[in-house]
Design a protein around this ligand. Structure first.
Ligand code: ARG
Length: 593
């Protein structure tokens, strides 16, 4: 089987072999990656860094390797080899190779098999969304949820065992005031209808009353003390409140079809903090500073003087303590080989310090430190250039955001449907309109999120994200339905075994599309390595573009059976990759829209 990864691996060893034959030292690395499409499909970039280290001419080094590779007939039958820039070695797949690949890689399962070794044997705990309890989910909660979920899907597709862990903030000081109000002013009906809304109302009410009345402050504090000392009655109430809170959070997740394996929030780790104190002190990492316990990192330019505080001067634990315990639990209990936490960029310092501290702590205690990534994101801006808010100045609630998106999508679908009717084309049935609006509405929000480089801020603009043109969900969904509509002209039997009936691809557009289709696995690799889903989005947008150029220039339905078969095969493979890729972004395709 012609496997892209096998080929990439083979390139790697062939380039290394050639480098050795050419007399280069073994510090030379091939550094195979996806190439700039103007030059080829794969590229070996190792000559430049090697030349820099050895004060040599990169072009000469590249040429010496190319000369040797050219002698390998097995290789030259598959690829054209060229040299560009400062010694980049480019490999461009020949038409036969592309054709073979298209024949072999049909369907999502095949693609999955090709990708499955990327994360083989990895167990990854992904901590995302992780909101604080008793608060409604709003636009500020969107990015972590959507990006985190896509990362989970990507990793699982690439063979990892993925554990979705929601590290909810469920053990804060807010509970005193919340309990005070909950006991006195609970509106049962509202709790049933909108749990998070009611809890948030009660918390705000408790806080307001506390500013007006000393007695409320006192009673709230007593509630909190009882909870922190794990008084059974307080714990029962806490469990009740928490249950309602998770219930409310899940209702929002359902709108996006997302569910978690675990809800191990901050409270779960409260009894592990003693172990953290003890181990950090005994290992000599922790030290007392002004009554608090901290870890300094002398090798770091900021954390040498700005320590990581894990025990406050009043003796209480904090966010750092529970996170240290969390790292330990994920490493030991889940046997995580990798831990990913997705939050906004403001927590960067916290997680950098957490990583440094845990690394040293594990090293001193003979534990293996898993790979750790803090995947962070920027802010969603409104069209006025400020952080996005609703008319009242409050952050927009996620459930309202989705409802609005679906409503807007429905309007667009109806308009398009009316156009179809006016042109005498087959119209959508009422249920189809409603179903399409739901998919387009939620997918547009998802895609707007995922298509942006996560580390940048982005402007949330309805017209843009719901547009049928440009790098948007509606554009890609529409591209998929267009391909499906071609297949509707055929009987199922006509669409089977196309590869056997197909002649070789040959037009420029066919070749360009085939190349793009084949690029999927490489893009997947890059996306998973960098944990940046926008790379996959950009690719899918380009794939749809390559398909469009192909479709506009090459008739699919033609009298020559072999040509028709190969073009239908290209349509099928495009759809496979498009559906697989969109699926990894959490976007299902539609039959019609
Ligand atoms: N609850 C936190 C917040 O709302 C995010 C938690 C992220 N995960 C963690 N292990 N600290 O900002």
């Amino acid at each position: 089987m012609q496997d892209w990864f096998d080929l990439a691996k083979k390139m790697d060893s062939l380039v290394l072999e050639a480098a050795a034959t050419a007399g280069l030292e073994d510090t030379f690395t091939a550094d195979i990656r996806t190439a700039d499409p103007r030059f080829g499909d794969l590229q070996a970039n190792g000559a430049l860094p090697y030349a820099k280290r050895n004060k040599a001419n990169p072009r000469q080094i590249g040429q010496s390797i190319v000369d040797l590779l050219e002698k390998n007939e097995d290789l030259t039958s598959k690829v054209e080899i060229t040299l560009s820039g400062p010694g980049f070695i480019n490999f461009k797949f020949k038409a036969d190779f592309l054709q073979d690949w298209l024949k072999t890689f049909s369907g999502s399962e095949q693609l999955k098999k090709a990708a499955a070794h990327l994360q083989e044997n990895e167990t990854v705990v992904v901590d995302y969304s992780s909101p604080n309890t008793a608060k409604q989910m709003h636009i500020g909660h969107l990015r972590s949820l959507i990006i985190g979920e896509s990362i989970c899907k990507l990793l699982a597709f690439c063979g990892a065992k993925v554990i979705r862990d929601n590290h909810i903030g469920d053990w804060g000081t807010a509970y005193g005031r919340l309990f005070y109000a909950y006991k006195r002013f609970l509106d049962e009906e509202n709790l049933e209808a909108n749990p998070l809304g009611e809890l948030e109302r009660l918390y705000k009410l408790g806080s307001k009353l506390a500013t007006e009345d000393e007695e409320v402050v006192k009673e709230s504090r007593e509630e909190l003390v009882k909870l922190q000392s794990e008084d059974p009655e307080a714990m029962a109430l806490w469990e009740q409140v928490n249950g309602h809170s998770i219930d409310g959070i899940k209702r929002v997740y359902e709108l996006f079809d997302i569910s978690f394996d675990h809800y191990l929030g901050e409270s779960f780790y409260r009894n592990m903090v003693e172990q953290v104190y003890k181990e950090l002190e005994e290992s000599g990492l922790g030290e007392e500073s002004e009554g608090a316990w901290v870890v300094f990192h002398p090798e770091h330019k900021r954390y040498a003087t700005q320590p990581f505080m894990y025990r406050k001067s009043d003796g209480a634990s904090n966010y750092a303590t529970t996170d240290l315990a969390t790292m330990l639990y994920r490493a030991e209990h889940f046997k995580a080989s990798s831990i990913i936490i997705e939050t906004d960029f403001r927590q960067k310092d916290h997680f950098e310090q957490l990583e440094l501290t845990t690394q040293k702590w594990f090293e001193k205690t003979g534990r293996t430190f898993p790979k750790f990534s803090h995947v962070f994101h920027g802010t969603i801006m409104g069209e006025n250039g400020k952080a996005m808010a609703s008319r009242t100045g409050e952050p927009v609630l996620l459930k309202d955001l989705i409802a609005e998106s679906i409503e807007r999508a429905e309007k667009i679908v109806r308009e398009k449907n009316d156009e179809k009717i006016a042109k005498g084309q087959a119209a959508l049935a009422e249920e189809e309109i409603v179903a399409a609006a739901k998919v387009i509405g939620t997918s547009s929000i998802r895609y707007a999120e995922l298509s942006q480089n996560r580390t940048s801020d982005y402007v949330f603009a309805w017209d843009k994200l719901l547009s049928f043109e440009g790098n948007t969900a509606p554009y890609l969904l529409y591209a998929a339905t267009r391909i499906k509509s071609i297949f509707r002209n055929f009987e199922a039997a006509d669409l089977e075994n196309l590869a056997d009936k197909a002649s070789n691809i040959e037009t420029d557009e066919e070749l360009a599309l085939a190349r793009k289709i084949l690029g999927f696995v490489g893009v997947l690799q890059q996306t998973v390595e960098t944990l940046r889903p926008h790379l996959l989005c950009t690719y899918l947008f380009e794939l749809a573009g390559a398909y469009s150029s192909f479709y506009n220039a090459n008739k699919v339905i033609v009298p020559e059976a072999d040509i028709q078969s190969r073009r239908l095969m290209l349509c099928q493979r495009t759809l496979d990759v498009l559906e697989t890729g969109l699926g990894l972004l959490g976007i299902p395709t539609l039959e019609r829209m």
